[in-house]
Design a protein around this ligand. Sequence first.
Ligand SMILES: Cc1cc2nc3c(=O)[nH]c(=O)nc-3n(C[C@H](O)[C@H](O)[C@H](O)COP(=O)(O)O)c2cc1C
Ligand code: SF4
Length: 591
Amino acid sequence: MVLKGVNNRWCRGRRPLDRGAGTDRDGGRTDGSIGHALTLAPAPGGRELSDGCTLLPMSAKKSLLWSASAGLAGITGLAAHDVLQKKHSLLRAFPVVGHGRYFVETIGPELRQYIVASNDEERPFSRDQRSYIYSAAKGVNTYFGFGTDNDIEHLEGYPVIKHRTFTGDAPDTAAAHGSHDDATLPCAKVLGAARGRRKAFRPHSIVNVSAMSYGSLSAQAIRALNGGAAAAGCLHNTGEGGLSDHHRQGGDLILQIGTAYFGCRDSDGRFDLDKLVALTESAPVRAIEVKLSQGAKPGLGGVLPAAKVTPEIARIRGIPEGEDCISPSRHTAFHDVDSMLDWVELVADATGLPVGIKSAVGDMTFWEHLAEQMTGGDRGVDFVTVDGGEGGTGAAPLVFSDSVSMPFRAGFTRVYSVFARAGLTDRIVFVGSGKLGLPDNAMVAFALGADMLNVAREAMLAIGCLQTQKCHTGHCPTGVATQNRWLARSLDPELKAGRTASYISTLRRDLLKVAEATGVLHPALIDCDDIEIFFGQSSSRSLRDVAGYEAGWGQPSRADRDELARIMAELGDESPAPAQIPTGEDAQQEA
Ligand SMILES: Cc1cc2nc3c(=O)[nH]c(=O)nc-3n(C[C@H](O)[C@H](O)[C@H](O)COP(=O)(O)O)c2cc1C
Ligand code: SF4
């Protein structure tokens, strides 16, 4: 080994290098030299000079130069490969150096085991949870070996799903066991049926993509999610930022309307019904979700700074270019439950679409009034999306994410109970969100009465998110949550659409497997008595008891269960239908 000295000479280091400078604890050298203490043999074929350096012969110099050039060419080649390949967003954005991350990931389990954290300590999604999602998205084996590493005997509030030994009801998922076959899991209820909406339909998938706007996510990410939704036959919620061209990759949409009415507002920012109708007819919009609040930042308005109001964003949102864009904290089209229900009916009537609300859960007065005023049956929302306080966001003040609004299980239970006491649960499709894109959390949600669930951050993980939690900075390293063109370019929408679809299909398959183990035909039919909550070794209670549910709560009606059994039997081993199943007037027209 030789070090480069001066001019043509290759110095084998006596002079100032001998003391090991450069490896001292302050990590730097103070004498300006390079390298570290060496005791070296002369380079082969070299002639030793009086100053201790070796003059190398021409052949040795050539070979060193050749090695250096080859190394440089290798790095250049690797950089070119990284920039041009589409599989790994990180490498496209950070050629060559990005490999370091994969190396660290490789040795990560060892590092964490001894130094950092266990597989279940990282938040919001633990390493195990992320590994599950990454594997599901890549369509590789999602199994874990050696048994659980959860401390199940000592954890407080740990849900245990109880399997049945004998059953005549359960689906046979043997064919899908361990493979990547899709599982068709339609919703147990028809969205919009109770209020007779013209475009009522039975959603094809109980797992759907949650609201995330173009603006908070990159164009490439939106394209990947929408393309994935199309491939998986599920619904894709636009988020409150409006309906962009990127949302038009073939996936069915739920159009979200927030307080700023992006895409359906007049020049003063007020709601514009005609614009809404035109917008819904311009794309495959299947339902409308009115956003009242979001778990991670309820009751908070927002500002999109002028610099981010690009011509494209201005066009999509219907706002002036280059001016600050304010989202108020509350709606201006209605101001209480009564006026909200009138407005919901107006929108449903004009568009023919089912209309629902999305909300986090805080003070219960709103929900009690809503149930009271829906009891007559002449007005009502078609679906209710309950978002847990543990939910995600592109950006929010910490106190809102940490402390405002209830976690999903507590919030959902309270909301469902209000409607159950009013006898209204069969008239509403219940949707849940808040880390529900994991089979165990999802099964608890279904047992509590959710008919469908939305996945946001899990879908982001599926398209390459690394949980670096820098979404609010605009510097997302994987191109998911950024408008930086270089970073966003690293995400290949086509490849990641496949990942989205694969993750959703795998999750549905796993939910169906758990349904099989518990002896029910469909995950929505799991009962709260099928789940027991363990409080360490001291006690356990059924989920029904913990939630305070009465008999029958959490289950679809007898009629919906029978219909679901018929549909599941019909689907049998057949491949899944590609689209949502229409049931309203549209269905009659199609028939
Ligand atoms: C980047 C990002 C953007 C979001 N944008 C919206 C939005 O526009 N409207 C909305 O209602 N919720 C929004 N959410 C919340 C999600 O739709 C979802 O309710 C929440 O993250 C819980 O689901 P999860 O735990 O699967 O992420 C956003 C979440 C994230 C992470
Ligand atoms: S900033 Fe980090 S957490 Fe946010 S989307 Fe990008 S990779 Fe994921």
